[in-house]
Design a protein around this ligand. Structure first.
Ligand SMILES: [Zn+2]
Length: 268
């Protein structure tokens, strides 16, 4: 993503200072207007579609079917708040992304690792989680705050104790390793939890999320890990996080099944 561009926009929007709460109840710094970010998301998505090779129609239909089931499970307000779109791109790299505005991409390389609809729903639900939790806004806002050396940094990053102070002392290094990296991992874990709930509410078996990560682990074991995975928490942390929320997810899953949510998206 073009953070430099985003930073410039972010700096212009500082008057819109706001503190928000994420879907899991975490305090967030959101300085940028969602409309601006969504507009940039739309433009970037347009560009990706022009530049990246499109996957075959069957793969696109498959991902669309799963995304539709997940979107249907959202409250009406959250359905309308984004221009939810998904595209499958032809690439061996096991990668997926989400842009503000609800624009998502999945590579065919990930489709071969995700062996079932539930496993792909894990990936798409995770990406939707980033959008629903406004992670892009928070990230741009934190980077903007770092860039401008604002005192909001310490409250925005949630840094506490000697480690945090040390990072504040070495802002440059802190900005690179101390603030952004753990922050981003926190986002990943949060997106996992939101995605897990969402897939369960859509009627996908939440236990498939753990299977996906086992498959990712197996696929990443040989050569270098897929990009999508390397910036994420370790699979061990990740699976522990999913397991910790599994009882709750299974309840939601049971309720969804009883309510007739039984998605059927055959893998091509
Ligand atoms: Zn992620």
């Amino acid at each position: 993503m073009r953070w430099i561009h985003w930073l410039a926009i972010g700096a212009l929007s500082l008057t819109l200072t706001a503190c928000a709460t994420s879907p899991t109840g975490r305090q967030q710094l959101t300085l940028v207007s969602d409309d601006q970010l969504n507009q940039m998301g739309a433009e970037a998505f347009e560009q990706y579609q022009q530049e990246l090779p499109k996957a075959d129609a069957a793969s696109q239909r498959y991902a669309q079917c799963i995304a539709d089931a997940l979107i249907d499970a959202l409250p009406a307000e959250q359905q309308r708040a984004q221009d939810w779109q998904i595209r499958v791109f032809e690439s061996e790299q096991a990668n997926a992304f989400a842009l503000p505005g609800g624009y998502m991409g999945v590579n065919t390389g990930l489709l071969s690792i995700a062996e079932t609809q539930g496993q792909l729903a894990t990936v798409i639900g995770h990406e939707m989680g980033h959008v629903l939790a406004r992670h892009a806004n928070e990230r741009v806002s934190t980077q903007t705050a770092t860039q401008l050396g604002l005192s909001v940094l310490s409250s925005a990053s949630g840094m506490q104790g000697p480690a945090g102070e040390q990072m504040m002392g070495a802002l440059g290094l802190g900005a690179q390793f101390g603030v952004l990296l753990p922050f981003s991992r926190r986002h990943e874990s949060e997106a996992d939890v939101i995605g897990l709930r969402l897939m369960a509410e859509a009627g996908f078996d939440p236990r498939e999320s753990v299977t996906l990560w086992e498959n990712m682990q197996a696929a990443g074991g040989g050569a270098q890990p897929p990009t999508w995975m390397s910036t994420h928490p370790s699979q061990g942390q990740r699976m522990a996080g999913l397991q910790a929320n599994m009882d709750d997810a299974l309840e939601r899953y049971e309720q969804a099944r009883q309510a007739g949510r039984t998605p059927n998206c055959p893998r091509p």
